[in-house]
Write a protein that binds this ligand. Structure first.
Ligand SMILES: *[C@@H]1O[C@H](CO)[C@@H](O)[C@H](O)[C@H]1NC(C)=O
Ligand SMILES: *[C@@H]1O[C@H](CO)[C@@H](O)[C@H](O)[C@H]1NC(C)=O
Ligand SMILES: *[C@@H]1O[C@H](CO)[C@@H](O)[C@H](O)[C@H]1NC(C)=O
Ligand SMILES: *[C@@H]1O[C@H](CO)[C@@H](O)[C@H](O)[C@H]1NC(C)=O
Ligand SMILES: *[C@@H]1O[C@H](CO)[C@@H](O)[C@H](O)[C@H]1NC(C)=O
Ligand SMILES: *[C@@H]1O[C@H](CO)[C@@H](O)[C@H](O)[C@H]1NC(C)=O
Ligand SMILES: *[C@@H]1O[C@H](CO)[C@@H](O)[C@H](O)[C@H]1NC(C)=O
Length: 215
């Protein structure tokens, strides 16, 4: 057999490519990942006055039919999680960070408490996220700076929680941000001047904090 036979080289190349493709596929997430993430959230719910999730978020039906959940047409993965006004109390699990097709995370007007897990916005797994509405809850802790790595972010609403610490100057990395509300929290220190660099910003709410200095 001739050395460096082009046919053998080509076949080997295809085998290697096929192997790499299956490895990538195995490492990639799927709808089961999304289900695990939502079930982790369901596990963290301590109070569900109308048993809404307890009844509706049943593993015998597809997560795409669950109340508050919308899946994308193309990838059939969770794109919207909107459980606003469900009257829920609980905490947020790090697994939510695995909803890699998520565009809208809206949990406003509930009683979620605890801090935002670092893993939530880490490593850019939530790279399609456009809207984060955590308003009117009892969330605390600092804003994980990893959230500002998400360049797709257009709206960040943290109104009326118990977040503290300074407003990170890295916020200006979110160049697509159009609406930012941090009002009614316990933020301290100066307003970062980098906010002035955010050319898309149309709405900015910082009232009812312990901020100092002038804009
Ligand atoms: C999702 O991926 C896991 C592990 O790769 C696999 O076991 C599971 O069957 C997949 N689920 C679907 C619905 O494709
Ligand atoms: C969950 O709620 C949705 C929307 O209201 C409904 O279409 C679906 O049938 C419900 N599923 C179950 C298992 O109750
Ligand atoms: C979430 O649902 C509520 C109630 O149905 C609605 O008012 C709100 O606009 C939704 N939020 C987002 C970000 O879609
Ligand atoms: C999901 O998130 C958790 C916690 O961040 C992590 O341990 C897990 O490996 C992630 N991946 C999948 C596929 O669930
Ligand atoms: C959301 O909750 C806040 C605080 O309880 C309340 O002031 C506000 O009116 C609520 N929003 C709606 C639309 O009910
Ligand atoms: C990002 O997604 C990958 C694939 O599921 C997962 O292995 C990893 O744990 C995720 N990272 C975080 C910080 O959740
Ligand atoms: C952002 O603003 C700061 C101070 O106002 C300035 O020093 C910096 O160069 C600006 N960065 C960009 C990327 O425009």
């Amino acid at each position: 057999m001739a050395k460096n036979n082009p046919l053998i080289v080509i076949i080997t190349a295809f085998v290697v490519l096929g192997l790499m493709f299956s490895l990538v596929k195995a490492a990639a997430t799927n709808i089961t990942t999304d289900q695990h993430a939502l079930l982790a959230l369901k596990d963290r719910i301590k109070y569900d006055p109308t048993n809404l999730l307890a009844k509706n978020w049943s593993t015998s039906s597809s997560i795409c039919t669950w109340i508050g959940v919308t899946c994308g047409v193309r990838h059939h993965r969770v794109t919207v999680l909107n459980i606003s006004y469900f009257g829920l109390a609980g905490t947020l699990p790090p697994q939510l960070g695995n909803l890699s097709f998520l565009q809208v995370l809206a949990i406003g007007n509930n009683s979620f408490s605890g801090s935002l897990p670092d893993e939530l916005f880490f490593l850019g797994n939530l790279s399609s996220l456009r809207v984060v509405d955590l308003s009117y809850n009892q969330l605390s802790g600092t804003i994980p700076s990893s959230i500002f790595q998400i360049s797709s972010l257009e709206k960040l609403d943290l109104t009326s929680n118990m977040f503290h610490g300074q407003i990170p100057s890295t916020i200006s990395k979110c160049q697509r941000l159009q609406m930012l509300s941090l009002c009614i929290n316990n933020f301290i220190g100066y307003i970062p001047k980098e906010i002035g660099n955010m050319t898309m910003l149309k709405e900015l709410y910082l009232g009812n904090n312990k901020l100092q200095g002038m804009m």
